[in-house]
Design a binder for this molecule. Structure first.
Ligand code: UDX
Length: 459
């Protein structure tokens, strides 16, 4: 079995490496020659824990190769998986399919023998048919079948999610395509993973529905958190109580700053826009998108409130910039909105992230970026945790308090140990918790502000 993957992002490269690890002969293709040169040199251009070892193992076994040349990668393939980006169109928010269509047009005339062309990328319902029409026109003699094989990989957990999926979804309208794809996934099916063979539209809708549901679940618990903050409840306890209901489940009920990433924001938007273009309203998902966007500025107000009503004259340390822990990705991260707003209000913002600083420097205006957490905390009046990295959970709170001038800790992931933070002298403000733990900081912040203003006036 020979497989070609078009696109070497975190979906394409993970898919190619894991297929090769299953014993399949894989060629990963990308038109970005820098990426391919790096991969040929053993350098992994994306941050995905565990991927480098799998790529190295597969290359050593001679089952994984890299190229920029379609004419090398397509003719021998039994299946071609298209895993290129489908970013939102700036004009209307629908998925931009230009890369998908360009790839399909290039593939068609190079096909040799029956080949399955499957989309891995998240594509609006009806895309498989559009790809098929385009390919038939480009290569009327070619023998192929277009399929939809959506992925459900989480960044930072992509290897696990590929090797231990909850299910494999194969959207086909050709028996031969089903046979080829089931052969490719046979080892995963043999491990007991359900392999669903459905029509192509069902597969395409299932992907958007999955991401839209998960995003809506997060937006929902975040608004439950708002209610808890005004009534004395604990959102973590509410999440636990409802999550024990097997119809709800405990996952994706962690309140925080809102969902971000390369998928949820774009997929929810595309789901709504694609539906609307077909005359169908997605009111629930549209509301989740709106709630998620509004939350980011609401969080800035929470930080101001926790700091005694103003950030003027104060120094703020921001812990975490990536959209979640375990990735270097800042796409649609809450930090892209929250940090510039804080920088407008505060005297200075210092920002730290264990993996995302390089990308943050390109995408966020306003803060001083600190590679050393202690530097970010040094002299800060307020600390704001935006991403629940393990190193923040493990940080020495007594040392942190000793470095800071103020004692306000706004934990927007409820990631830190409240008792330890309070014992270290912090006033802890979380998400979905009404009580402030520790001494009310208003007087202290006012005193600090006055002192700083006096110092600035003297300078
Ligand atoms: C998501 C889907 O989980 C995955 O199946 C799909 O293939 C791609 O999109 P990903 O975007 O990598 O994966 O990250 P995920 O772990 O799902 O988190 C998405 C966002 O939701 C992050 O901003 C995260 O911080 C947030 N989140 C997640 C919460 O706020 N609370 C939660 O309980 C879970």
């Amino acid at each position: 079995m020979k497989v070609t993957i078009v696109g070497t992002g975190y979906v394409g490269l993970v898919t190619g490496a894991c297929f090769a690890d299953l014993g399949i002969d894989v060629t990963c293709l990308d038109t970005d020659s820098d990426k391919i040169d790096a991969l040929k040199a053993g350098v992994i251009p994306i941050y995905e824990p565990g991927l480098d070892a799998i790529v190295e193992r597969a290359c050593a076994a001679g089952r994984l190769s890299f190229t920029t040349r379609y004419e090398f990668a397509i003719p021998d393939a039994d299946a071609v998986f298209i895993a290129v980006g489908t970013p939102p169109r700036s004009s209307d928010g629908q998925a931009d399919l230009s890369a998908i269509m360009a790839s399909a047009a290039t593939i068609a005339p190079l096909l040799c023998g029956f080949t399955v062309v499957a989309t891995k990328s998240t594509v609006p319902v009806g895309t498989s048919s559009r790809i098929e029409t385009l390919m038939r026109r480009a290569a009327p003699e070619a023998d192929f079948a277009v399929a939809s094989n959506p992925e459900f990989l989480r960044e930072g957990a992509a290897i696990h999610d590929f090797t231990h999926p909850d299910r494999v979804v194969l959207g086909v309208d050709d028996r031969r395509a089903a046979e080829v794809l089931r052969e490719i996934y046979a080892p995963i099916e043999a491990a007991g993973v359900p392999v669903l063979v459905v029509d192509r539209s069902t597969a395409e809708i299932a992907k958007y529905a999955a991401n839209s549901f998960l995003a809506t679940k997060i937006a929902f618990i975040n608004e439950v958190a708002d209610l808890c903050e005004s009534t004395g409840g604990s959102v973590d306890a509410v999440a636990h109580a409802i999550g024990l209901d097997h119809r709800i489940g405990p996952d994706f009920l962690k309140a925080g700053p809102g969902f971000g990433g390369s998928c949820f924001p774009k997929d929810t938007q595309a789901f709504v826009k694609t539906s609307e273009a077909l005359g169908v309203r997605q009111r629930v998902v549209a509301a989740a998108i709106h709630a998620n966007e509004a939350r980011k500025l609401h969080l800035v107000e929470r930080v101001v409130e926790a700091s005694g009503g103003s950030l003027a004259g104060l120094r703020v340390a921001v812990l975490g910039l990536t959209f979640k822990a375990g990735t270097d990705d800042l796409r649609d991260s809450p930090s892209l909105v929250v940090v510039p707003e804080l920088a407008k209000l505060a005297r200075e913002v210092r920002a730290h992230d264990p993996a995302g600083l390089m990308r943050a420097r390109e995408q966020i205006e306003g803060p001083v970026f600190c590679a050393d957490l202690r530097k970010a905390l040094d002299g800060a009046d307020v600390a704001v945790l935006l991403t629940d990295w393990p190193e923040y959970k493990a940080m020495d709170l007594v040392e942190a308090a000793g470095l800071m001038t103020g004692r306000v800790l706004v934990d927007l992931r409820n990631a830190l140990d409240i008792a330890a933070a309070t014992a270290a002298g912090f006033s802890v403000f979380g998400v979905g918790r009404s009580e402030v733990r520790g001494a009310a900081p208003v007087e202290r912040m006012t005193a600090i502000r006055r002192a700083r203003t006096a110092v600035q006036a003297a300078e």
